[in-house]
Design a binder for this molecule. Structure first.
Ligand SMILES: Nc1ncnc2c1ncn2[C@@H]1O[C@H](COP(=O)(O)OP(=O)(O)OP(=O)(O)O)[C@@H](O)[C@H]1O
Ligand SMILES: CC(=O)N[C@H]1[C@@H]2OC[C@@H](O2)[C@@H](O)[C@@H]1O[C@H](C)C(=O)O
Length: 365
């Protein structure tokens, strides 16, 4: 057995997804999965740390300690589910929480305290998966396309995997085994922000609120002029660009817009930007498999299928045997396995790095 735990807390800032998996042999076997929502105060602080503010260094350090405590709880939950002792697990691979992503300036920051996590869980911890790729001239993101290829790639068949978290990214798994992958823009981040502001909810369950509204086409067109959407791959983005001020700047020209119509438009924005990216780079694929929390948004999936002209099957990764909310945590468990085996974790064709690199840094137990 080669057991690894993967922990992902992504741009939605909702909590931590964990997976315990066995990478012995060719198939990936999931032994346990867990989700732990962040305590509201930690969530609010992580949200605040997304932008410049007072006393950031101390606040980041304290938030990192709290994060490590949440991560340790998630590890304990996974071990309990599988009735395993910490010594049975080779490593915990932890993404950390992105608070800045500026590859154009040569850095990305996933706040975390991996030393504390190693202390709390008594297992080797591997952290900081993105900075080496950036040091090699890459975007440091997205990293999941390599795992999508390993897990879902099928020789002779072209497939697209779309991860719709806070930010959305696609992996085009070409029939010859090559992979194209990049961030397409907002996933749920703007939809979540809008419904939180107006209805006090964390997200638009199943896209029901969006379904009650009508897309405001001129607003959609205005948002689509964002230069990021037209950039060629490799490219990555984050809350650094797609935040509520970005939305408010566009909404200023639509003062009378009904709230539900804005939600419909934001849902359509995610669908259309994904569809345009898929048509540009993955037109030969006949199926798109969706993972991440966006897979639970029925309205979004219907809009995506329609934006692809109804010619492409849109399904969740359940159809490939992996629950959509487990894929990212599994991907980080896999990156931990790759680090331990001293194998590359990045795909230079995706991130734009100068070459393959071993990703991560080890904090021994
Ligand atoms: N039932 C649901 N209906 C609609 N949307 C949902 C549902 N459940 C989750 N979501 C959406 O999924 C989001 C969480 O998705 P996920 O955990 O994949 O994001 P993440 O990992 O934080 O982001 P990223 O992949 O960008 O790093 C929530 O914030 C919410 O917008
Ligand atoms: C900098 C950063 O945290 N990027 C995330 C984010 O969330 C989705 C998208 O933007 C992707 O680029 C990445 O996460 C996934 C796990 C990745 O690296 O593939």
């Amino acid at each position: 057995m080669a057991l690894y735990i993967g922990l992902m807390s992504g741009t939605s800032l909702d909590g931590v997804d964990g997976a315990l998996a066995d990478f012995d042999g060719s198939a990936v076997r999931t032994l346990a999965a867990a989700y732990l929502p962040f305590p509201p105060a930690l969530r609010a602080e992580l949200m605040a740390l997304q932008a410049a503010g007072p006393d950031e260094i101390e606040r980041e350090a304290l938030a990192a300690n709290q994060l490590a405590t949440c991560y340790a709880r998630c590890v304990a939950d996974l071990l309990a589910q599988a009735s395993l002792a910490p010594s049975a697990v080779r490593a915990v691979a932890v993404h950390g929480q992105t608070i800045r992503h500026r590859p154009e300036l040569g850095f990305t920051r996933q706040t975390n305290n991996p030393a504390l996590l190693a202390e709390l869980c008594g297992i080797d911890v591997i952290a900081d998966f993105r900075s080496r790729d950036i040091a090699a001239g890459g975007q440091g993101a997205p990293l999941v396309p390599a795992f999508h290829q390993a897990l879902f790639g099928l020789a002779g068949q072209a497939r697209v995997v779309a991860n719709i978290g806070g930010i959305a990214n696609i992996s085009v798994l070409h029939s010859d085994g090559s992979v194209t992958g990049f961030d397409t823009g907002p996933g749920n981040v703007l939809m979540d922000g809008w419904i939180a502001r107006h209805l006090g909810k964390e997200y638009d369950a199943d896209g029901a609120w969006a379904a009650s509204g009508t897309v405001i086409t001129p607003l959609l067109q205005a948002m689509l002029t964002e230069p990021f959407f037209a950039l060629p791959a490799p490219k990555s983005t984050g809350r650094d660009l797609f935040h509520m001020h970005w939305l408010d700047a566009h909404l200023a020209a639509f003062p009378g817009a009904a709230q539900a119509d804005v939600q419909a438009t934001l849902t359509q924005l995610t669908a259309v930007t994904l569809a345009q990216a898929i048509q540009r780079y993955g037109a030969q694929a006949d199926a798109v498999y969706v993972c991440g929390g966006g897979a639970c948004n029925g309205t979004l999936l219907r809009m995506l299928a329609a934006a692809l002209d109804g010619k492409v099957t849109v399904a969740s990764t359940d159809a490939l045997g992996v629950a959509p909310n487990r894929v990212e945590a599994l991907a980080f468990a896999w990156l931990g396995y790759r680090f331990s085996e001293r194998l590359a974790g990045n795909l230079p064709a995706v991130t734009g790095a100068a070459g393959e690199r071993i990703l991560g840094a080890l904090y021994p137990r």
